[in-house]
Design a binder for this molecule. Structure first.
Ligand code: IPM
Ligand code: MG
Length: 357
């Protein structure tokens, strides 16, 4: 089973190294073989080749079962034109590999509910929901997009556009995930204002006919942003377009306690997937062995589950993360939450999780 590692920029290499440690521990325990390859993406790829996503990287990924990515971006590359920016490499790999479905779980265990940024009574029983975010369309990719001068004024524009097929296939992912969980799907849109949201809502309603066992609701995105912090426990699966999902998934990270805990899977029509923590490259702490590796470790668990069919190994990693955090050891992003938590380094936390596995 071949995995391509794309450590990327900033803290990416540090967290990917810990995830690999944990993957190796799980393959030893559950007796399967993993083969790792490594390639460049983002700012480091631009520095080495002039491209944020070199052709060699894409070729290697196409030959693998799964890809584990760290993070891209940093101040050194902020001045670059849009198409050379590290973020362009990330958007391109998602698009080129047709990874249209991004799954971002928020899981706050009851015994760790103090980690949440919300008032304790709102999360006391734990929180467990997932965002299914469309990843290859919307205003991120819509054309025309650009900057031009009209009547002496600079105008900039992007195009929020979806076709019904793009909406249908992501809605199906949402319904299927809800079916495997608590059978509630909340579709997020701005149908009171946007044409594209009105199409979104009607296609989601049409798709619902195939999933009579799933309870479908609709929510405007502004209200969803509020409900996530007022009463996050109400949600099971949230279905969103690309932009709304980007925004709500960072908000969800505060519900869980830290962006550093959040994992994601980007999937297409096959079992191939790209897995990455939701956090970015965090240039302020890069190279200091301070980053929280849990988001990347849990992304690796999703990789084992969705792309390699190693459910037992995936669960063992999730349980190991839970046990280590419960034992009171964590990285600095979480230590402020409760007196008595011991701050350990990125690599020490990775060691603890690997040992627990
Ligand atoms: C994310 C990130 C990316 C996105 C950026 C880095 C392009 O914020 O994965 O959420 O907007 O999708
Ligand atoms: Mg984001």
């Amino acid at each position: 089973m071949k995995i391509v590692l794309l450590p990327g920029d900033g803290i990416g290499p540090e967290v990917v190294a810990e995830a690999v440690k944990v993957l190796k521990a799980s393959s030893a325990r559950f007796k399967f073989t993993l083969e790792f390859d490594e390639a460049l993406i983002g700012g480091c790829a631009y520095a080495a080749t002039g491209e944020a996503l070199p052709a060699r990287t894409l070729d290697l990924c196409r030959q693998a079962q799964a890809v584990l990515l760290g993070a891209v971006g940093g101040p050194a590359w902020d001045h670059l034109p849009a198409e050379k920016r590290p973020e362009a490499g990330l958007l391109k790999i998602r698009k080129e590999l047709s990874l249209f479905a991004n799954i971002r779980p928020t899981l706050l265990y009851p015994e760790l509910s103090f980690l949440s940024c919300l008032r304790p009574d709102l999360t006391a029983g734990g929180v467990d929901f997932a965002i299914v975010r469309e990843l290859t369309g919307d205003v991120y990719f819509g054309r025309p997009a650009g900057l031009e001068v009209r009547s002496g004024l600079r105008h900039a524009f992007n195009n929020m556009i979806y076709n019904e097929e793009e909406i249908r296939r992501i809605a199906q992912v949402g319904f299927r995930l809800a079916r495997s969980r608590r059978k509630k799907l909340c579709s997020v849109d701005k149908a009171n204002v946007l044409e594209v949201s009105r199409l979104w809502r009607s296609v989601v309603n049409e798709t619902a006919a195939g999933y009579p066992d799933v309870a479908l609701s609709h929510m405007y995105v502004d209200n969803a942003a509020m409900q996530l912090v007022l009463d996050p426990v109400q949600f099971d699966v949230l279905l969103t377009g690309n932009l709304f999902g980007d925004i709500l998934s960072d908000e969800s990270a505060a519900v869980a306690g830290s962006l550093g805990l959040q994992a994601s899977a980007s999937l297409g029509d096959s079992s191939f997937g790209l897995y990455e923590p939701v956090h970015g490259s965090a240039p302020d702490i890069a190279g200091q062995n301070k980053a929280n590796p849990v988001g990347c470790v849990l992304s690796a668990a999703m990789l084992l589950r969705f792309s390699l069919g190693q459910e037992q190994a995936a669960s063992a990693i999730e349980q190991a993360v839970r046990d280590v955090l419960k034992s009171g050891r964590c990285t600095g992003d979480l230590a402020r939450k409760q007196a008595g938590m011991e701050i350990v380094s990125c690599s020490a936390l990775g060691d603890l999780i690997a040992q627990a596995v």
